[in-house]
Design a protein around this ligand. Structure first.
Ligand SMILES: [Zn+2]
Length: 70
């Protein structure tokens, strides 16, 4: 069999020795899978989280309370 290059760790490996084609190992397969899932979901989740944080932080009240308590 010709050696293959693992898309995750870039190491050459024999396809005979892996159970996670086209990756050299199950671990590299999981890493690649997680990478794609992260990229797919990071943007909408970040925006949602950002808006949520802004909604939970009334900036005017915070400033007033700080000045009065000191
Ligand atoms: Zn690998």
């Amino acid at each position: 069999m010709a050696p293959l290059r693992c898309p995750t760790c870039r190491h050459m490996f024999e396809s005979d020795y892996t159970v996670a084609m086209p990756f050299c190992s199950e671990r590299c397969r999981q890493i690649d899978l997680g990478h794609w899932l992260d990229e797919e979901h990071s943007l909408p989740l970040d925006i949602e989280k950002h808006l949520e944080e802004q909604a939970n932080q009334p900036i005017e009240n915070d400033a007033d309370e700080d000045e009065e308590s000191w």
